[in-house]
Design a binder for this molecule. Structure first.
Ligand code: SF4
Ligand code: SF4
Length: 253
């Protein structure tokens, strides 16, 4: 057995829903922890008080700029982690914390919340509010294969992770309007409805075969654009779909 990778869960201004989603892998999570990854940091689960060195940091939540400890912790995370993953809409795009504006007791000064990408370089994004258990599981497995696998496994893991790395490069702003600007306005929408199915708050409805976004409902999680097959349809991944599925199945058995 090859040595495990080290994984940490870094909790910024999040709701712990992303961690719950990771835990929703049930036996799958135990399988990962038994064979592939040591959880070296997670304030909710592990009694380690300070950010350690780690291979993969799964960062949940945005950063409050008025909270010095949070700002220091995210910078320390970048220094100590080989791979930083923005886990979920808050870390990746701000999500619901984009609407924070301070003025609430007992810390009325806490008013500016930004996605982690505004303060540090992010390697990959797992979008969603919350991301699905399978998405998080797959990224954990692929990170393991990327760092510890043979050449073929590294290649598959790279293909799998590339769209999530491209999302990180794309930026740290998301909104249902992305469907309009980057899909419909580009003549790419084919009316499949995946965006409406992905939206956690039902802000997207299909009208005359095209998505209609209710911006007052949108919480800016980025799920609709990420799930749209016309945002990034990665042929490297799709062509390797069977191989990747078999690989994940093999790892989880
Ligand atoms: S998921 Fe993309 S292609 Fe499908 S309806 Fe929505 S915007 Fe159009
Ligand atoms: S429309 Fe829905 S899925 Fe898209 S960013 Fe807004 S809340 Fe998220």
């Amino acid at each position: 057995m090859v040595e495990k990778i080290t994984v940490g869960h870094v909790h910024m201004s999040g709701c712990t829903g992303c961690l719950v989603s990771f835990a929703d892998n049930y036996e799958g999570l135990f399988k990962i922890l038994d064979n592939y990854a040591d959880l070296v940091y997670a304030l909710t689960l592990v009694d380690v008080r300070h950010v350690p060195e780690m291979d993969v940091a799964l960062v949940e939540g945005s950063v409050c700029l008025q909270d010095k400890i949070s700002v220091e912790e995210i910078k320390e995370t970048r220094e100590k982690a080989k791979i930083v993953v923005a886990l979920g809409g808050c870390a990746a795009y701000g999500n619901i914390t984009r609407f924070c504006r301070g003025g609430q007791w007992n810390q009325p000064q806490m008013e500016s919340y930004v996605p982690i990408g505004e303060l540090i370089d992010v390697d990959a994004v797992i979008p969603g509010c919350a991301p699905t258990p399978q998405q998080i599981r797959n990224v954990a497995i692929m990170a393991y294969l990327l760092l510890k696998g043979n050449d073929e496994q590294k290649e598959l893991a790279t293909a799998y992770l590339k769209p999530l790395m491209d999302l990180a490069k794309r930026g740290d702003e998301a909104c249902g309007c992305d469907l309009m600007y980057d899909v419909i306005n580009q003549g790419l929408c084919m009316g499949c409805g995946s965006c409406a199915a992905a939206c956690p708050v039902r802000a997207v409805t299909m009208e005359y075969g095209k998505p209609q976004v209710n911006r007052d409902l949108c919480i800016k999680c980025g799920a609709c654009y990420a799930q749209c097959p016309r945002s990034f349809f990665n042929f490297d991944v799709m062509n390797e779909f069977e191989g990747i599925t078999e690989l994940i199945k093999g790892v989880m058995e």
